[in-house]
Write a protein that binds this ligand. Structure first.
Ligand code: AMP
Length: 249
């Protein structure tokens, strides 16, 4: 079984993001970039399925700038066999990414596509669902467990207040939730080996995909600054403040 894993380059989750002075977006100058954490979980799941002997080949795909090669090399170091970068200069909206991934699916014919449930920069939570709609594949979103059983894929989904188990016909699209697995770190020998693994670069034009955006970001604002806290001297003072100042009790 061939698995395609979608990997997005995003601002590292440890970075405290700054909004640009003109409110046009987030300032990315000299900011550490990494693989989206939910995509790390997607790569890990594909690698575990390969280790179980269920999967034979893992192809990592990123849609992004030339620098997204770094995240693809990380995916290769973690266990992907080869990588494809669809090179675009500007950030695409989810539909354009989903259409691009659909073109890769048509070319590669994977039985399973694993994506993160959400990219931590745009917080869209829609690329996997859109890809499932465009391909007509079954979808198991917010997966906390994935198991291949014959020609079916059983997915336990994290839903509000509980878990739901679905059985999907293959080919299928899965999006990863936080508790699916704990991604491994890439070892130094594997980082070295990853440099020699194949990484192909294509353009949306060559794939025949129109990437014109249907949405435009009008404004990005930082959250309002919070006032400093105070230290109270006793529980009585705390209760008094909660009652008379905050008026919450
Ligand atoms: P989103 O719908 O934007 O929150 O992203 C959900 C998931 O879709 C991510 O975790 C990735 O697996 C995939 N994805 C989104 N954008 C890209 C991209 N530019 N390149 C590769 N994968 C992407």
């Amino acid at each position: 079984m061939k698995v395609l894993v979608a990997v997005k380059r995003v601002v590292d989750y440890n970075v405290k993001v700054r909004v640009k002075a003109d409110n046009s977006g987030v300032d990315l100058a000299n900011v550490k970039m990494s693989m989206n954490p939910f995509c790390e979980i997607a790569v890990e799941e594909a690698v575990r399925l390969k280790e179980k002997g269920v999967v034979t080949e893992i192809v990592a795909v990123a849609v992004g700038p030339t620098a997204a090669q770094e995240q693809l090399r990380t995916a290769l170091a973690l266990g992907a066999d080869r990588a494809i970068l669809v090179e675009v200069a500007d950030e695409l909206n989810s539909l354009a990414v989903a259409k691009t991934l659909k073109a890769i699916v048509d070319k590669e014919q994977p039985q399973l596509v694993i994506l993160g449930k959400q990219a931590i920069d745009s917080d869209n939570n829609q690329t996997g669902q859109m890809l499932a709609a465009l391909t007509g594949f079954a979808q198991g979103t917010f997966a906390s467990k994935v198991e291949v059983q014959g020609d079916k894929l059983n997915v336990i989904r994290e839903i509000d207040g509980g878990l739901q188990t679905v059985s999907l016909n293959l080919p299928a699209v899965v999006t990863t939730d936080l508790r699916l697995n704990e991604p491994r770190y890439a070892s130094l020998p594997n980082i070295m080996k990853a440099k020699k693994k194949p990484l192909e670069t294509v353009t949306p034009d060559a794939l025949g995909v129109a990437i014109t955006s249907t949405t435009k970001t009008v404004k990005v604002e930082a959250p309002a600054a919070r006032g400093a806290g105070i230290m109270v001297k006793s529980v009585a003072e705390l209760v008094e403040k909660l009652k008379n100042e905050a008026k919450v009790i």
